[in-house]
Design a protein around this ligand. Structure first.
Ligand SMILES: NC(=O)c1ccc[n+]([C@@H]2O[C@H](COP(=O)([O-])OP(=O)(O)OC[C@H]3O[C@@H](n4cnc5c(N)ncnc54)[C@H](O)[C@@H]3O)[C@@H](O)[C@H]2O)c1
Length: 329
């Protein structure tokens, strides 16, 4: 069995690798090759905790089997421990034997950034030069890296309710990416001031209200909604969804059950089920079309699926075995 820390994974598995793995995972998911049981939640009231178990199996020429365990223990912070510890366990699909334990927090950041990267690569205009990232929390940096990986961007505007965080995020991004990409990063306090200019918008927040004005977007924009994962949450404006020529999800079942952006818009009658194109995996499998002209507006929504965790983790483990990275137990 192998143990892989966040640092180990970062050292040999790139965002490019993760985007390819996510695209493969969604392609297999949309072909009916994934078995994703409902998440199991266990309450631990004595310690104000909750433990969530997300198993998944994806079949195919390189099958992937695993379970991600994410626990929510708000009081851990008093002991200087992570309040949302996360671990991924992978198993050899042929024998059922556990073959690796991975840092689940980093895996989530990587696969969530990468799924947006896969969507942006397929749906955004090729010559996109300006982008806007809204939300600079735990997921923000991987979201930025994914956009930089799939498009040659001149500038990414960075916005957050907390401007200090946005400012610091830009400094970190410059430090992290200046040798790899020639992109500039600029904090903006009012995202709507630059929404009319940008080719790509990614929102990754915990917001319950839209994070930008959808009436201001330019023709041809591609928008990613990554944050909202409960019916009460909503970061994408209805006005954007109404204009979108293609509305694409990571998984139809997941988004329709969880994403407030979509659930609320359907409830209000602002969009109908017929306006939803389908899954990104179907675009990858050429079952539905993606962007067909520069002027079309495209929208991608992700709530995540254990299929992404299983495939990305499996590909990390296979590569680690080849390159002998991590600790062998
Ligand atoms: N789609 C997926 O697979 C997936 C995976 C992981 C996390 N998520 C979700 O993504 C969201 C962000 O995760 P995180 O770990 O970065 O959260 P976080 O709490 O670390 O950061 C959220 C950031 O959003 C900012 N924010 C909130 N409302 C805003 C608004 N109206 N305008 C601008 N900024 C605003 C906050 O100031 C904060 O900086 C969460 O809702 C999380 O559950 C989705």
């Amino acid at each position: 069995m192998r143990y892989l820390s966040a640092k180990d994974i970062h050292s040999f598995f790139s965002m490019r690798n993760a985007i390819d793995a996510d695209a493969e995972a969604l392609s297999l998911y949309s072909s009916g090759r994934a078995d994703i049981p409902l998440r199991t939640n266990i309450n631990i009231p004595e310690y104000n905790g909750q433990s969530l178990y997300m198993p998944g199996y994806v079949s195919g020429s390189a099958p992937a089997l695993g379970v991600k365990i994410v626990s929510v223990y708000p009081d851990n912070i008093n002991q200087k421990l992570p309040s949302v510890p996360a671990t991924m366990i992978t198993l050899d699909a042929q024998t059922g034997i556990v073959n690796a334990i991975l840092d689940g927090t980093y895996l989530t950041q990587l696969r969530t950034g990468a799924v947006q990267g896969a969507a942006t690569e397929l749906l955004a205009n090729e010559n996109s030069k300006l982008a806007l990232l809204i939300g600079t929390g735990g997921q923000g940096m991987a979201q930025l890296e994914a956009m930089l990986t799939v498009r040659s961007l001149d500038k990414v505007y960075i916005s957050d309710l907390d401007m200090n965080r946005a400012q610091k995020f830009c400094e970190t991004a410059t430090h992290k990416f200046s040798k790899l990409f020639s992109t500039q990063f600029e904090p903006v306090s009012n995202p709507n001031a630059i929404v009319p200019e940008v080719d790509i918008i990614t929102s990754v927040t915990t917001s319950k209200r839209p994070t930008f004005d959808g009436t201001l977007v330019k023709k041809g924009v591609h928008v990613n909604g990554v944050g909202a994962y409960t019916p009460e949450m909503c970061e994408i404006p209805v006005t954007l969804l109404k204009q979108a020529d293609h509305i694409v999800f990571d998984t139809l079942d997941g988004v329709m059950a969880e994403a407030g952006d979509i659930i609320q818009s359907l409830k209000q009658g602002a969009i109908s089920k017929q306006d939803i194109s389908g899954e990104l995996g179907q675009v990858i499998n050429h079952k539905i079309s993606g962007r067909t002209s520069d002027a079309e507006i495209t929208f991608f929504k992700t709530v995540g699926t254990a299929a992404l965790d299983a495939i990305v983790a499996d590909r990390i483990v296979k590569k680690a075995e080849k390159e002998n990275i991590g600790i062998e137990l």
